[in-house]
Write a protein that binds this ligand. Sequence first.
Ligand code: FAD
Length: 386
Amino acid sequence: MDLELSQEQAAVRQLAKEFVDREIVPHAAEWDRAESIDRSVVKSLGDLGFLGLTIDEEYGGSGGDHLAYCLVTEELGRGDSAVRGVLSVSLGLVAKSIAAWGSEEQKRRWLPALCAGEAIGCFGLTEPGTGSDAAGLTTRARRDGGDGGDWIIDGTKMFITNGTWADVVLLFARTGTEPGHRGITAFLVPTDTPGLTRREIHGKLGLRGQATAELVLDGVRVPDDCRVAQEGKGFSVAMSALAKGRMSVAAGCVGIAQAALDAAVSYATEREQFGKPIAGHQLVQELISDISVDVDAARLLTWRVADHIDRGLPFATESSVAKLYASEAAVRAANNALQVFGGYGYIDEYPVGKLLRDARVMTLYEGTSQIHKLLIGRSLTGVSAF
Ligand code: FAD
């Protein structure tokens, strides 16, 4: 395996690094306090081609491979996970699903705007009563008329990233009578459709700059051409999106851990106690080296997923391994960095408290750590423990 980046990959990483240092890092704390990132950043992500990575140029994308996508995602995660999440959902879960499963008309309607950052997408799977057990969802879509007629959708979606900002929701609803995953269908619902209301969820521990929302659908009528793929294929659409999405979360976690490492090294070499920089105390070096090992291990596991996708190899279990490890590593790394900062880590004048708050959700969404252990266990043993 060649771990050297290609010229294109190194260039896109450098572009992202410079953008993050110039446009994101100086504002991240203020956006966190204000509970909103500056939305012009989304347009900038589009202008730089980041929101079109891996999408064909024919549909307004910027091409590139999954490793380039990981490198950009990592840099955004280093700067502000709230910004990183906008890209991971709008591009990673929505645009990439449209590219993979959408009709020609759906691709032409949505991809150019999503890739340019002129439209934002959100992913509506979780409901108040179904989180880990997503196949149990109860949002219902029924036909008004026969085959080819409109659909009427009723239900509630919970914790939807980008929810109040999005122009379109990739929504999963039950259309069949079969229980479990077989009766689920995916739809692209414009968020200005009558009957769709959105409520922003405030008071989050982290990712405060990001809009997380509850979506309520009350008699939402959409034409049949909003259906993505065949009826009953919705759960496959959702799971294939999440398999790649987990790589994106993992890459964001590498960014958090790298930011924790950078902050810890810088502070430890400046702060003096007992007559020398705290970097000179062995137990502080232990904290720093633990962070560093977590950064490297999480990054290599994440790059392996990108490498498998780009070479057309199976990647779902590798993606679970990377997401499980990188999310736990990001929490550990941020917590270790906070320890290096002592009491100063506990106030928001320094970045490490935010890193820890932002990292915490990574072990919860796109499959909790427990769910990934069950997925990995099932893949190894062939026995489902769900
Ligand atoms: P539950 O499923 O109720 O789990 C509670 C606990 O039980 C967890 O510890 C879990 O690991 C454990 N548990 C459950 N089942 C098992 C089992 N079989 N074995 C062992 N332990 C188990 N969803 C979307 O659809 N779109 C989004 O954009 C989105 N964004 C989000 C953003 C944020 C900030 C948050 C917090 C959530 C977001 N989610 C989104 C939802 C997220 O994916 C769910 O919260 C997650 O899947 C967990 O579901 P839950 O919260 O209902 O927890």
